[in-house]
Write a protein that binds this ligand. Sequence first.
Ligand SMILES: Nc1ncnc2c1ncn2[C@@H]1O[C@H](COP(=O)(O)OP(=O)(O)OP(=O)(O)O)[C@@H](O)[C@H]1O
Length: 247
Amino acid sequence: MTSFNVPLLASAALLPPPTLRFDGVAFSQQGKALLGPCSFTLNGTGPTLVMGPNGAGKSLLLRLAHGLLSPTQGQVAWSSEGCPRQAMVFQQPVLLRRSAVANLIHALAVNNVPRKTRTKIAWEALEHFGLTPCANTPARVLSGGEQQRLALARAWVLAPQVLFLDEPTSALDPAAIKGVEAAVREFHQRGTRIVMTTHDLHQARRLAGDVLFLSGGKVCEHTSAETFFISPVSREGQAFIAGELVE
Ligand SMILES: Nc1ncnc2c1ncn2[C@@H]1O[C@H](COP(=O)(O)OP(=O)(O)OP(=O)(O)O)[C@@H](O)[C@H]1O
């Protein structure tokens, strides 16, 4: 596994975000086709917002891209040699039964960050995400918004080249949503490729550089945010933007 240190974390912004390519990727289970085949390339600056109705395959697409699932057909390919450093933030943060600061220190330890720098990096990240007052609170008793900020802080300390976010704000109030969106922008500015699912059209308008629109397990459209929100090219995208109930 890669070994990190503070200068390396700081230099992450200098690298261009890796290109992600889906080549005829499909996923089926027990003979049932759930996704694809899908082919697309994410080589723009993003952030890429993955949108579509319930059950369209958005989470499956993220899990396949992140390597949590293996395609049953086709290939997920990266421009970088090997898999880029990547992290994923879920709707319900998966946090360890220990304090907020200990969650960060653990993440640094399993990623081979030298012991002597872990505590400093963890506290800096807590400060950066406004979590210093909660540092010693058990992570699982933090509010939903605080837990999500902690999940983002955990990703932040590892300086991912790619960050996947699966409906990270769907359970949050407007203030917490604002905090998460600010963090997403910061990752983006630092040069991290962002791939994020959302049902919130307003949020997608605020964040998207490009949109992948899925319906029925297929990619219907991959266009710039400007095109998607003003004149989507797919029938499904047009219906979605028009506020029709797309299945
Ligand atoms: N592990 C699994 N086993 C069987 N079916 C699955 C599995 N994971 C997902 N599915 C099915 O695949 C389809 C796509 O699911 P997915 O969770 O990717 O949709 P989604 O677009 O993220 O939906 P939502 O917006 O509701 O979160 C759904 O019909 C779902 O039931």
